[in-house]
Ligand binder design. Structure first.
Ligand SMILES: [Zn+2]
Length: 302
């Protein structure tokens, strides 16, 4: 009973913490009691009582409207699934919530910020993002930074195969065939500054959706100002004044892979690389100039 209480107590603090944009661990975490012994009693997570909105209704009450699960209900369900039934349980006292370590930038390929928000709120679409930024610079947050948004889909960067678990997704209202207004980019830069500092995200970890899904996606488009972002400390760029010839033994496929690209579909990886860094030519062929750009990036950062 005591352990069950502790478990619910843990859930309570995690739920509260997850519901806030700023962790308030100093305020919310009580002094932890010392662990004096290991209780080897197995806890069956299914037996842990977690009241939900549905259970709160008495037998004779019929809801007039369909009951939607609250965010707290969803988090409680996810927490329950995170307990390994085959392990003994004793509670750790030092921990916090996992935080994002990558940012993935998208364009919405839709016609308005309102259309995108509606899309993300429809049950059947199964997509979401942490932030949506309008053309006028309006920033709308749709999901707590600590929660896992469904923005990347099947993706790979280096050896990371679940980018949704490690990243924030930011959608820019843009149909994919138009430039990004200055107000929108300025709002993005301010947001990136905030999350980079808050979560200590490495500058190399600011990516585009196409970087991590080269076979499936092409966003953000060639209009996206990657060079400007790199100058502000978000992502990488090459030294245009120092594009030296590549060595005879330079293997551009290895270089693309080492930078992070999934080269399983090499042509798709080359196109994603060129859309971002070459811009004026997005063919699937690596020219001598393209190789110099890649070599420069490879030597500079990796
Ligand atoms: Zn995307």
């Amino acid at each position: 009973m005591n352990k069950t209480y502790n478990y619910i107590n843990l859930l309570f603090y995690v739920v509260i913490l997850a519901g806030c944009s700023t962790p308030k661990s100093r305020v919310l975490q009580p002094p932890a009691p010392p662990v004096l012994r290991v209780d080897t009693t197995k806890i069956n997570p299914d037996s842990v009582s977690i009241p939900s909105v549905t259970e709160a209704l008495t037998e004779n009450q019929t809801p007039a409207l369909p009951i939607l699960r609250t965010t707290e209900d969803r988090i409680k369900e996810m927490m329950r699934q995170g307990i390994n039934k085959n392990s003994d349980w004793t509670e750790a006292v030092h921990y916090d919530i996992r935080k994002p370590n990558f940012v993935v930038i998208h364009h919405t390929a839709q016609h308005s910020i309102n259309q995108t928000i509606r899309t993300f709120q429809l049950e059947h679409t199964k997509v979401s993002a942490h932030y949506v930024i309008g053309k006028d610079g309006q920033v709308v947050q749709m999901l707590n930074d600590y929660l896992r948004s469904w923005h990347a889909g099947r993706s790979k960067w280096g050896n990371i195969t679940d980018m949704n678990s490690v990243s924030l997704g930011i959608e820019l209202d843009n149909n994919g065939r138009e430039p990004f207004p200055e107000a929108q980019i300025n709002a993005l830069l301010t947001l990136l500054d905030t999350v980079k500092t808050k979560y200590q995200i490495p500058f190399t970890n600011f990516l585009g959706h196409a970087d991590i899904t080269p076979s499936r996606k092409d966003d953000p488009s060639v209009f996206f100002p990657w060079k400007k972002l790199a100058e502000r400390g978000f992502g990488v760029w090459y030294d245009e004044s120092n594009l030296s010839p590549v060595p005879a033994d330079f293997n551009y496929v290895d270089a693309l892979r080492i930078i992070g690209y999934d080269v399983a579909n090499l042509r798709a990886a080359i196109i994603a690389f060129k859309r971002k860094f070459i811009v004026v030519d997005t063919s699937g062929n690596m020219t001598e100039y393209d190789k110099r750009v890649l070599y420069n990036l490879y030597r500079r950062y990796f």
